[in-house]
Design a protein around this ligand. Structure first.
Ligand code: 4NP
Length: 147
């Protein structure tokens, strides 16, 4: 799960996906990262933590890290939150195998539309509810399609 800062959207995606995978007994390795190094080693944004808590998922212990080339080998699937994350990830890819692992996360729920999970960082609390809903339905589809 990859966004820009790894403190708002992608830690929420990581928490939601892990919660759903665990619930059906899937031992997937799930992680998140940011394309930037702005918030390395920081906890998720308090608004993300609060929103996730409302849905009984604790992401407070996650810490920011920057996406790196080694992630292309470590993970089968690399899910970008928005178009800018997608192109920054693609710039780091070394070959077609790497490129083929990268998708926009909302492809699962809005196929062919190149929809982005809007960056909620500079907005109000409602942006975080919107992010939660988009990611919750996308993660349901991911589970369905990779089962
Ligand atoms: P995220 O949100 O990419 O969903 O973690 C952001 C967090 C921090 C910044 C931008 C977006 N920032 O510019 O510091």
């Amino acid at each position: 799960m990859v966004c820009l800062g790894n403190i708002c959207r992608s830690p929420m995606a990581e928490g939601i996906m892990r919660h759903k995978a665990n619930a059906v007994g899937k031992s997937w390795q799930i992680d998140s990262a940011g394309t930037s190094n702005f918030h390395v080693d920081e906890a998720p944004d308090r608004r993300s933590v609060k929103k996730m808590k409302e849905y009984n998922i604790d992401i407070s212990s996650l810490r920011g890290r920057q996406f790196s080339v080694s992630d292309f080998e470590a993970f089968d699937l690399i899910l970008a939150m928005d178009e800018s994350n997608f192109s920054n990830i693609m710039k780091l890819a070394k070959n077609d195998d790497h490129r083929n692992r990268v998708r926009m996360i909302l492809e699962y729920t809005f196929p062919g539309q190149r929809m982005s999970v809007p960056d909620p960082y500079y907005g109000g609390e409602s942006g975080f509810e919107n992010v939660y809903r988009l990611l919750d339905s996308a993660c349901d589809k991911i589970l369905e399609e990779h089962s």
